[in-house]
Design a binder for this molecule. Structure first.
Ligand code: EGV
Length: 383
């Protein structure tokens, strides 16, 4: 029996995620909510000692250690922290806001990957930038057209992409960076999901530096570990970027918490010492679990066969995604409808849902069972 529910109003993906926060079956947001591993639990138990350490030591030393450990864990050995070109932020979205405000001082338009998580277009458009969509296939397969590069001050790419998991190869990144150098366009990367996919762990900074292009990279500790929203977003830039990033960063914050930086260092060291490989196995198991639990449901498919990221797209066939979303919500299961990832043409996402995999297996199992019966009950719909 369906309970009567208030009408839903969600203006963006994050508001859809907010609806799910108190539910025991929250498969909506891409934040990590699985159990701590035993090695991670030990680190958490040492937080009081880390607090004392954070009080005693110079912040810049702690920040450097956190950056070395985090970027090192991810293969980003040419990162520019030592050169003074990596700023820490409370979140990667804040880093994005700082980048957006910097860009709009010198340009009025930006080329942005399509689809991608909607807070990226919203932040960029929010400062007044005009957005020009770059289809994922085009970004990965072809040179960008000259007419596009002549119009924009920046090309913004999310790799691995959210929600598709698509990773830009080293060869493609090199070519894109060369094109950006040629047209004097800033190349901006959001690599928040890179920790999940070893294909995204070649040394991006070496490629960017070799190209000579102006570049900015946003990195995120926030998707990997279940650390209760304690995280760092890093904002790294080239020496020649010629944007007021440092000034705008300082307008907004003095710095991040040395306690969180120490925690990031410890989680990263554990990651490099086998924790990241363990996470990869966990996410792969969770992906297999969800696919197995939904196997045999007619007229569905998993869209991103190669994805390694902690989210999974489900195509619901001739059903409408929002019909399935509403049906599972009445059972207290929350997933994410995909229209808003397709920020330029939302209808392209209307038959897809995104499921979060960084959860406990019991939650995924319960969610998949609810989803399975809802899919079996949801009728076809033609628009
Ligand atoms: C995901 C939400 C915002 C973002 C969620 C996300 N952050 N809106 N500042 O972290 O994939 O669920 O990226």
């Amino acid at each position: 029996m369906n309970r009567i529910q208030p009408t839903v109003s969600a203006e963006n993906l994050t508001q859809f995620e907010t609806l799910a926060l108190d539910s025991s079956m929250n498969l909506a947001d891409g934040h990590a909510r699985q159990q701590l591993t035993s090695a991670q639990s030990k680190i958490v138990a040492e937080l009081p000692d880390m607090w004392a350490e954070a009080i005693m030591r110079p912040v810049s030393e702690i920040e450097q250690e956190a950056a070395e450990s985090f970027f090192g864990m991810l293969g980003q050995h040419s990162h520019p922290f030592a050169a003074g070109r990596t700023l820490s932020c409370y979140s990667s979205s804040l880093a994005m806001e700082i980048l957006a405000r910097s860009l709009v001082t010198t340009s009025d338009a930006i080329a942005l990957l399509h689809p991608t998580f909607d807070n990226i277009p919203d932040i960029l458009a929010g400062v007044g930038l005009k957005l020009i969509p770059v289809e994922e296939e085009q970004a990965h397969d072809d040179d960008l057209p000259a007419e596009l590069l002549e119009q924009v001050g920046c090309v913004f790419i999310t790799t691995p992409n959210n929600p598709t998991g698509r990773v830009m190869t080293e060869a493609r990144l090199r070519r894109l960076a060369e094109q950006c150098a040629e047209y004097n366009v800033v190349l901006a990367l959001d690599t928040s999901f890179r920790g999940f996919d070893t294909a995204a762990q070649f040394d991006h900074y070496a490629v960017l530096e070799a190209s000579g292009c102006r570049w900015v990279v946003i990195e995120d500790t926030g998707k990997l570990w279940p650390t209760l929203e304690l995280k760092i977003g890093w904002l790294a830039r080239s020496a020649n970027v010629d944007l007021p990033i440092e000034k705008i960063h300082s307008d907004i914050l003095l710095g991040t918490s040395p306690l969180i930086l120490l925690m990031v260092k410890r989680f990263s060291d554990d990651g490099a010492d086998g924790g990241l490989a363990e996470l990869h196995r966990t996410i792969a198991e969770h992906r297999a679990l969800v696919r197995a639990e939904l196997a045999g449901v007619p007229d569905i498919s998993f869209v991103d066969e190669q994805a390694r990221v902690s989210v999974e797209r489900l195509h619901v066939g001739s059903r409408m995604g929002m019909d399935v979303w509403s049906a599972v919500r009445s059972q207290n299961l929350y997933v994410l409808p995909c229209q808003k990832f397709h920020w330029a043409r939302p209808n392209e996402g209307e038959r897809m849902l995104r499921l979060a995999l960084s959860r406990n297996p019991s939650t995924l199992l319960a969610g998949a069972e609810v989803l399975r019966s809802a899919l079996l009950d949801t009728p076809e719909r033609h628009r």
